[in-house]
Design a protein. Structure first.
Length: 95
């Protein structure tokens, strides 16, 4: 089972590129396979935080600050689920 530890650092593998347009549309492109996935702003923002340097705990703090109107536990749970899903799909990898 995938463990999502607070100290773990995540990044988007080099085969993926995040992109946003002036029309507030967001994607992640798999430049090796030629696939692309449309994202909402929140997913785009979260994925852009995974720079290979910032631990998950700091990403969580950024999200809690950005979405202060949302319950902290909800933000934490949603982030953990997103990390698990993206890691399983190969869109995130631990450093």
């Amino acid at each position: 089972m995938l463990e999502v530890e607070e100290i773990k650092v995540w990044r988007i593998p080099e085969k993926f590129v995040l992109h946003n347009s002036d029309e507030e549309m967001y994607w992640i492109f798999d430049i090796k396979e030629g696939d692309h996935f449309e994202l909402n702003f929140t997913s785009y923002f979260i994925l852009s935080c995974f720079d290979g340097k910032t631990p998950l705990s700091k990403v969580r703090e950024k999200l809690i600050s950005k979405y202060a109107e949302v319950n902290t536990q909800t933000v934490s749970n949603d982030l953990e689920e997103l990390v698990k899903k993206m890691a399983k799909e190969g869109i995130l990898e631990s450093v």
